[in-house]
Design a binder for this molecule. Structure first.
Ligand SMILES: Cc1ncc(COP(=O)(O)O)c(C=O)c1O
Length: 392
């Protein structure tokens, strides 16, 4: 097969769809008014923002008044976690998991440094939290549970509905970071017992720097910012109107196509996993079934994930690795350690995340290239002999 360009890093970000760009463009040009202005140009844009809110709410099974536009997943998480702590006003207890994205994990660590108690629930070998352990962790001063809907590295889905039931029974606020699940699997907020849910448009073929926060009617947090009255004071500042319109259009398209996309990506994922597991000493990370349709995360023993990534990049394939993250640290990711991988295995892990434009030919190309890449690296690996056994 001839060389091709294959993007398999859709969990990092996705391309913006043409229909989304088209919907956004007028709001950079003729429809540039400030939605807070009372004149006609302002009112027209206000209408567009409110229509976007209605569409987003409809796609999620929420009421328009429950949708707040933010600057993305990180901001939605911060507004909820810090806002809930601010509202409480005195130290209390928060429960989260040990495999959250840093936009939750680091906020929780900071809140702990400020006097709150935080339980970081462990996960099993597949990355799932246990409902029993969650129940046991609850104390009379637990005021917030934050557990992600799907993990960004290994794709494992959490039992969100069941966690929500526990939270509701015990009258504890429940937040879920749904950044990775949006656009991959249906979200029906009528059925999910969540009080807060974070979204980010650039993960579902929308623009970067725009997100949404669902806040169930009656659930309250104290705003973090001061300023104007935009987004009912929860997120003051002049609205990112093109972004808001783009998010709602991307959401609308994603929801309309979700069934077909899921089926198509699951078939590609199955083919990829089967092909990758045929390479000896390769393990699948994450849950075998309860995982995002677009996520494949594997560890190739005796190789460095970074080296595999660079070799794949030279062959035109973009993926992501679980070690040496943006911080420049050489520590393997907290997620891979939490599911029990030893350091060398975690260092050999690669995440492939499929998306809208990927085809069967992309998967064929990857499966043609990768055995060669892994074998070449293993040949120079001090822990691997060509017969596949480990050296002492
Ligand atoms: C699970 C999860 N939460 C939050 C974020 C942060 O979202 P944003 O880039 O919109 O701030 C990401 C992005 O990688 C993510 O995967």
């Amino acid at each position: 097969m001839s060389r091709r360009t294959v993007y398999m890093d859709h969990s990092a970000t996705t391309p913006v769809r043409e229909e989304v760009v088209e919907a956004m463009l007028p709001f950079y040009h003729e429809l540039f008014g400030n939605p807070s202005s009372i004149h006609a140009p302002g009112r027209t844009v206000r209408r567009a923002v409110e229509e976007a809110r209605e569409k987003t709410a409809l796609a999620l099974g929420a009421e328009p008044g429950e949708i707040f536009f933010t600057a993305g997943g990180t901001e939605s998480n911060n507004i909820t976690l810090r806002g809930a702590a601010k509202k409480r006003g005195e130290p209390g207890h928060i429960i989260t998991s040990s495999i959250e994205h840093h936009a939750v994990l680091d906020v929780c660590s900071e809140l702990a440094a400020e006097g709150h108690r935080v339980t970081f629930l462990p996960v099993d070998q597949y990355g799932r939290v246990s409902i029993d352990q969650l129940q046991e962790a609850i104390t009379p001063d637990t005021f917030l549970i934050s557990i992600m809907a799907a993990n960004n590295e290994i794709g494992t889905l959490q039992p969100i509905s069941a966690i929500g039931e526990v939270a509701r029974e015990r009258k504890i606020l429940f937040h879920t970071d749904a950044v990775q699940i949006a656009g991959q699997l249906p979200i029906d907020l009528k059925k999910l017992n969540v009080d807060f849910l974070s979204l980010s448009a650039h993960k579902f073929n929308g623009p970067k720097g725009i997100g949404a926060l669902y806040v169930r009617k009656g659930a309250k947090v104290t705003p973090l910012y001061s300023g104007g009255g935009q987004e009912r004071k929860l997120r003051p500042g002049t609205e990112n109107v093109p972004g808001i319109v783009g998010l709602s259009r991307a959401m609308e398209l994603a929801v309309a196509e979700i069934k077909d996309k899921k089926k198509r990506l699951e078939a590609l994922r199955y083919k990829m996993i089967t092909g990758l597991m045929a390479i000896d000493e390769t393990i699948l990370n994450g849950h075998p079934e309860e995982r995002l349709p677009n996520n494949v995360n594997v560890s190739f023993k005796h190789v460095e994930g970074e080296a595999v990534l660079l070799s794949l990049d030279l062959e035109g394939i973009a993926a992501s690795s679980g070690s040496a993250c943006s911080s420049g640290s050489l520590d393997p990711s907290h997620v891979l350690r939490a599911i029990g991988l030893d350091h060398p295995t975690a260092h050999g892990s690669i995440r492939f995340s499929l998306g809208w434009g990927n085809t069967e030919e992309d998967v064929d190309y990857l499966l043609e290239v990768i055995p060669r890449v892994v074998n070449n690296l293993r040949r120079i690996s001090p822990t691997y002999r060509t017969n596949g056994s480990r050296k002492e």
